[in-house]
Design a protein around this ligand. Structure first.
Ligand code: AMP
Length: 205
């Protein structure tokens, strides 16, 4: 199954994506994670992407599209994959549609007020990419690998505001785009992690 997961920054996409991939045994392809890994490793792509990401702006389409083409051609994508954070605008969606067929576009619907609260408390692991909240990890350590959790540069308040604006302008219209293609499944993203996951599994049946 070729799946896209969509939703505003802070809608719980990353958490749900990880769970779906475990359940269905498909790779979790997060362009944000791939870009952050490139920054951490100091690659040319990372160097080019960093300033855009720190400012909450989209990385240029040419860079991200190239990255995704390479990733989707890897053998583990043959039996399906889940895309998280891509496509982010219509141009990316058009290119994607030319490379693969999308079976389901999941949309996690979450109120903006909930999102602002979630993002203020979000903590990330710089070592393995695990994301959690300050409430769920009061000791400040990563549950998966033990590293010290951080606030991502792009989770800082002013940057979050900008990311939400970019989302509303460019990514939100993709909900209608995939609805028109007949593959959209909207899920209420405001329940517990387990409740949202159960609703997603129902939608994927
Ligand atoms: P995310 O972890 O998905 O919220 O992505 C973090 C940041 O990475 C975004 O704010 C963008 O700067 C960049 N990014 C991730 N995916 C894309 C994409 N598909 N197109 C452009 N920029 C992206």
């Amino acid at each position: 199954m070729n799946i896209i997961i969509m939703g505003a920054p802070g809608s719980g996409k990353g958490t749900q994506a990880a769970q779906i991939c475990k359940t269905h045994n498909i790779p979790h392809i997060s362009t944000g994670d791939i870009l952050r890994k490139n920054i951490a490793e100091g690659t040319e792509l990372g160097k080019q992407a960093k300033a855009f990401m720190d400012a909450g702006k989209l990385v240029p389409d040419t860079l991200v599209i190239e990255l995704i083409k390479v990733r989707l051609s890897e053998p583990d994508c043959k039996n399906g994959f889940l895309l998280d954070g891509f496509p982010r605008n219509k141009a990316q969606a058009d290119v994607l549609g030319g490379i693969v067929d999308i079976d389901v576009a999941l949309y996690l619907d979450v109120d903006l007020s909930v999102i602002a609260d979630r993002m203020a408390s979000r903590r990330a692991c710089p070592a393995c990419g695990f994301t959690t909240s300050v409430q769920a990890a009061p000791n400040g350590k990563c549950r998966e690998c033990g590293a010290e959790l951080i606030i991502r540069d792009d989770d800082k308040r002013e940057v979050v505001e900008h990311r939400l604006k970019v989302y509303a302008e460019q990514a939100a219209p993709l909900v209608d785009y995939y609805k028109a293609k007949g593959v959209l499944k909207t899920v209420n993203g405001m329940g517990s992690i387990e409740a949202v996951n159960a609703e997603i599994e129902e939608a994927l049946k």
